[in-house]
Write a protein that binds this ligand. Structure first.
Ligand code: CA
Length: 235
């Protein structure tokens, strides 16, 4: 039968490990728990997992150091699970190489959705980049990357060059939070002023053009103090 996807959970709270293990096993994943950073790192090396769930507050090794260590040898998706994680920590974790984060307490469906997103992105980047879908569709919004055409309910949305770059960058990473610095780097280059003002202004324009209610956006949400996340595509 199918090869099960392996998930390693690095978390010192055993009841949380048990909850995640039970949930994941019921959804056909193979879940393995490590209760310390040291154990977690050795499982990552020996089991070659498909995804890692990582608590940042571990008794022996700082979670950020684990992310950095893993990134020295592996591109396995890392989903940070943490209680009351601060904005700075989120940005630090993402910049250190984590793929996403989920804040405790979280429900089963949120956890499964985040895992699916992280896996989808890692499979996408494993394939040749040209293999990426030619379009993105979510609700009324469609983006045709070849034609550089953005429509809402079949009505063309006129975006500037920069606005289009922003929307397509987010759409190609849909479901995943992109940090302000990551976006600025990609759009304006490494020498750009790292203040977010220009990004915020552009995002406000995009929302005015794309969103029915720009104050309560449907397609691109703000992760306060961290960055932006585009809604998952419909499939
Ligand atoms: Ca902990």
């Amino acid at each position: 039968m199918n090869h099960k996807l392996t998930v390693i959970i690095i978390e010192d709270e055993k009841n949380i490990c048990t909850f995640i293990e039970t949930t994941l096993s019921a959804h056909d994943y193979k879940a393995v728990s490590a209760y310390s950073g040291k154990e977690g790192l050795s499982y990552i090396t020996s089991l070659c997992p498909d995804i890692v769930l990582l608590d940042l507050g571990l008794p022996d090794i700082d979670g950020m150091d684990i992310i950095r260590k893993v990134r020295e040898f592996s591109s396995v998706p890392i989903l940070v699970i943490s209680a009351r994680i601060g904005e700075n920590e989120k940005v630090q974790a993402l910049d250190a190489g984590a793929d996403d984060y989920i804040t405790k307490p979280f429900g089963t469906s949120e956890l499964l959705a985040r895992i699916r997103t992280a896996l989808r992105h890692s499979q996408m980047s494993a394939n040749t980049p040209k293999n990426v879908e030619a379009s993105y569709r979510s609700g009324d919004l469609t983006i045709n990357f070849e034609k550089r055409l953005v429509t809402i309910a079949d009505q063309e949305i006129h975006l500037t060059q920069i606005e289009y770059k922003l929307v397509s960058l987010l759409a190609l990473n849909a479901g995943k939070v992109l940090t302000y610095d990551f976006i600025i780097n990609h759009i304006w280059g490494p020498y750009a002023d790292s203040n977010n003002q220009i990004l915020r202004v552009n995002m406000a324009h995009i929302r005015r053009k794309m969103e029915e209610n720009p104050a309560d956006p449907k397609y691109i949400s703000t992760e306060i103090g961290v960055g932006y996340r585009m809604r998952e595509p419909d499939n």
